[in-house]
Structures are given as C-alpha cells and as structure tokens.
Design a protein around this ligand. Structure first.
Ligand code: CA
Length: 229
C-alpha cells in the first residue's frame, strides 16, 4: 500500500484529503506543522507528499527545497492563491505538480495516482528485476541461480540447476536422456546418460512432494522426461 504524507495546517482540508485518499486505498499521515512535516518527510519513507504552501513554523517553499536536496519522492504542492503557484513554478523548487484551493478531492486522488504510477515507472527503469520462472509453488530465480519451493530455498548443484531450468523453460516437451545430456553437459564431460537419471532423481527429491508421483518432472517411459505445466 502506498504511504502518503499530507502537510496541511487547515485541519478540515487535511481531513477531507485524508478521507478521500484512504477510500482510494492509500495509507495517509497528516502533519499540521511545517517543521514536523519536514522532519517526517526527510526521515521517513513516503511514496508521495502533498504539501501546503502556507504553514506554521516552516513554509512549503522551504520544505520542498529540503526534500529535493535529498529525495526524488513525488511532491504535489497546494496553495490558496493562483499567484503563488506561478511563483513556485518560477522558483523551480522541483515540485511535481501544483493544485490551487479549492480543488475537488477526486481531482487530487487522480493526480496522486498519476504521479505514483509515473514514479513507479521511473524507478522500474533503474532497477532490473530478476529473471524468474514460477510454476505452482516452484520458483526458479535464473539471475540469482536459486530455487525455492513454497518460498523455502532448496540447494541445487550447478548441473541440477541447469537441468531443472532447461526443462522448466521448455515445458511439455519430451526430451530423451541423450538430448538432455548433450544439452547440459559439454562434450568433454565424463559420464553418460545415466548421469541424467541420477540428476533427475536428486532434483525430484528436492522439489517433489511425492517422488513416485512427480508433479513437475514426469517420466515418459521408454522416451525420457517432460516438465509438466
Ligand atoms: Ca495553509
């Protein structure tokens, strides 16, 4: 749930904003004093901040400036005067949006949602997610080379991991032991197709609830193995 901070000294307005935003599923904190609002904005993790301009102890200009020195969190500035909005824009404080009072609560909610979505997209560009295969409680994290069954990590050797991943990436395809051996072990490897059987057995012991009735890797008698989805 996204957590929002409203810094607003007019309690009736703050409560109205809070009610509407909570109805939209946000977790909302209100501060009515500028200095305390600034402290919380800087020390806590909020997903978005709604900042009134005229506040006791520290005004919205100063708070916005301090937030921008340290954080990229979206800031929506609220003011009673259209002139002030022009002034804030002119100062280039780095607020993401400006709203003039009075505004409709639904407009505020729409803007909050738009800025959160935009911010999440921006963050998403910088953080690359791990490449993960997930099938019925089995999670194979290809980037980290880790395997989890119902969120519990199972320790895999390199070849066990490669074999499981290869089968899971090619579901419903039957591979012979020969094909699997060629795919996973390089040509110089010592071993034969019995190695495949041994590895399949070890993988099953780690991920199957009942190894005689496998749910993931099926044996196709006389042919080979198939990862079932
Ligand atoms: Ca005010």
């Amino acid at each position: 749930m996204s957590k929002l901070l409203i810094v607003e000294d007019e309690v009736a307005i703050a409560e109205l904003e809070k009610d509407y935003l909570e109805l939209s599923g946000f977790d909302v904190v209100v501060e009515t004093s500028g200095d305390i609002g600034a402290k919380r904005a800087l020390n806590e993790d909020f997903d978005l901040i709604i900042l009134d301009l005229m506040l006791p102890n520290m005004d919205g200009f100063e708070i916005c400036k301090r937030i921008r020195e340290e954080k990229n969190v979206p800031v929506i500035m609220v003011s009673a005067k259209k002139d002030d909005i022009d002034k804030i824009r002119g100062l280039g404080l780095g607020a993401d949006d400006y709203i003039t009072k009075p505004f409709s609560p639904s407009e505020l909610v729409a803007r909050v949602k738009a800025h959160l979505a935009r911010y999440e997209r921006l963050i998403g560009l910088g953080v690359k997610e791990n490449d993960v295969i997930e099938i019925r409680g089995l999670k194979i994290d290809k980037t980290a080379r880790r395997v989890f069954l119902n969120n519990e990590e199972k320790i895999f050797t390199t070849k066990e991991f490669d074999l499981l991943t290869f089968l899971a990436e090619n579901p419903n395809h039957v591979y012979t032991k020969d094909e699997l051996f060629r795919e996973i072990w390089d040509m110089e490897s010592v071993g034969d197709i019995a190695t495949v059987t041994v590895h399949i057995k070890k993988i099953r012991e780690k991920i199957e609830y009942n190894t005689s009735k496998p749910q993931y890797i099926e044996t196709i008698w006389g042919v080979g193995y198939r990862f079932k989805v």
